[in-house]
Write a protein that binds this ligand. Sequence first.
Ligand SMILES: [Zn+2]
Ligand SMILES: [Zn+2]
Length: 337
Amino acid sequence: MKAAKLFGARDVRVGETPEPEPAADEVLIRVRAVSICASDVAIYRNGCAAGGVYPEGPMIQGHEFSGEIVAVGPEAEAPPIGTRVAVEPSWHCGHCEICQEGLYNLCPNVVFPSFPPHDGAIAEYIACPDFSVAAVPDEVSDIEAALTEPLGVGIHAVRLAELAGDETVAILGAGMIGISTMMAACCQGVKDIAVAEPVAARREFAEQAGARITAQNAAQLAEAGIRPKVVFECSGDDAALAECLELVRPNGRVVVVGIPEVDELCIDIVRPRRNQITVIFSRRSLNTLETAVELLATGQVDFSSIPVRTFSLDQAPEAFALAAEGPGRELRMVILP
Ligand SMILES: [Zn+2]
Ligand SMILES: [Zn+2]
């Protein structure tokens, strides 16, 4: 089959690779859409993942994907061949102590396609465990089905925050994760959402999508009198956690969703300590796939106007190069293999 592989920093090549064979409890999916996540871009840019994790060799990236089931392993409990599916790409072991607690997103044995050394989905086919797929109805497009992964990240962060509808919320970063988090918060009945985002086109989209007020950065929100009860850090900017701690109201919560480029941060804790701030680190997503599909299918979350740019599989190197130029109007580059 054809696949796009990362050979090293900023070196993606499209070529032939053996087609994966589904194991007994897996399904084989013909990939229809893969969107490039900021974490894929970070690996592309640096040649390694956060925490200094290097691929063992050329690897396939991409974990936000949808497709069609083309083969089912003999023991797999899955929808029939031909079903269009979305995938939760966090493949826990199911046996360890953490999995026994139901904290699948924290499983130490997790296989996450596109996190080294595990191959991802920017290819014609990928094999997935049966428990990770969910059928999607016709109302949900292939691209929207691929975007259930970032939507799941937003849903999980909002669940961790235990948001009440009357709480004021600020979101730093109006990329795909920030917008997903905002829409998930709207589904919880939250109306008062402020968004900080440096890219003008992204601010505009955030306003269309439900933000009450937007500004270029957290300091401008504070100047406008915004003192949110809950702040979601979705920008991945190295300075953002400190900005969240500065912006949040006393006794408020900060939920860290974005992944900073650096592995260590030095933060002034005087104000957050005196103001009794709770900081929650959110990890990927947990049991969010069915919810994400349902929110999209019922129109409670509308992803139909998310700005994306599409590419063929052969154009994968171009898609990565563009994504690595930095945030623009498009929230995602999407490859349609
Ligand atoms: Zn992602
Ligand atoms: Zn486990």
